[in-house]
Ligand binder design. Structure first.
Ligand code: DX5
Ligand code: ZN
Length: 230
């Protein structure tokens, strides 16, 4: 039986009330989050702007949860050190951004952060395959990056399964992360396909108390993982 990482939920602060971010961080932590996901957007790599290292540092000062920093930016290597200094535990770069990817991995690794590589929905698994052994996380995007609250794209599920199969074979229990449109229903499917790290924006922060939302998501990922292909 391959050794897989435990199932983790990472609320995405992009869906929180930016005017009361400290309260959202506390609600996520008290509500059972395993990590926080922070979406950095530069207006070039994606058609939206969000925040930079100063906000990551402010969040770092208010929680002990691991910070998963998703860099949707054109030049991740250039800013890796700044996001690490701000308190990012894992820096996730896009393989479609300025590279080459193996070089970006080394640059992030030198900062002391854990390294994740992300794939847009239409980027094939093969784009990350050559560096898979160097990574701590593979993030499969299940919406087009840039905005929270979009619908899950089920066509990415085979890519989750490919990533999971490859990591299981390698014997390294790294995370396969799924990001975008995660609800209790889609979380079951993603967990079945082999995801272990679930980014949840709207489904964590809207439609009720965060703790209750996370409890529903937790039950869903556990149900999905019980049916996972091994
Ligand atoms: C989208 C971001 C996601 C987003 C998820 O570009 O990478 O992390 O915040 O939000 P939901 O879960 O609402 O799709
Ligand atoms: Zn994200």
């Amino acid at each position: 039986m391959p050794n897989r990482p435990r199932l983790r939920l990472a609320p995405s602060l992009l869906s929180a009330d930016f005017g009361a971010l400290a309260r959202a961080v506390r609600a996520a932590e008290d509500g059972g989050a395993d990590a926080l996901h922070l979406d950095v957007m530069d207006g070039h790599f994606v058609p939206n702007l969000s925040f930079g290292p100063a906000l990551v540092a402010a969040v770092r000062a208010r929680t002990r949860l691991p910070l998963d920093v998703h860099l949707m930016i054109e030049d991740p290597g250039r800013y890796a050190e700044a996001f690490r200094r701000a308190g990012g535990d894992t820096l996730v770069f896009h393989v479609e951004a300025k590279g080459p990817p193996a070089e970006v991995v080394r640059t992030i690794r030198r900062t002391g952060a854990a390294v994740g590589a992300a794939l847009r929905p239409d980027t094939p698994w093969e784009a990350v395959e050559p560096i898979a052994d160097e990574l701590d996380q593979i993030l499969v995007m299940s919406v087009h990056p840039g905005f929270s609250g979009q619908a899950f794209l089920p066509e990415v599920l085979p890519k989750v399964a490919q990533a999971r199969a490859r990591l299981d074979r390698s014997g390294h229990p790294e995370d396969v992360s799924i990001d975008g449109g995660i609800t209790p229903a889609t979380a079951v499917a993603a967990a079945k396909a082999g995801a272990t790290f679930f980014v949840c924006g709207n489904s964590a922060f809207t439609g009720g108390p965060v703790a209750a939302n996370l409890a529903r998501l937790r039950a869903a990922v556990e149900e999905g993982a019980r049916g996972a292909v091994r």
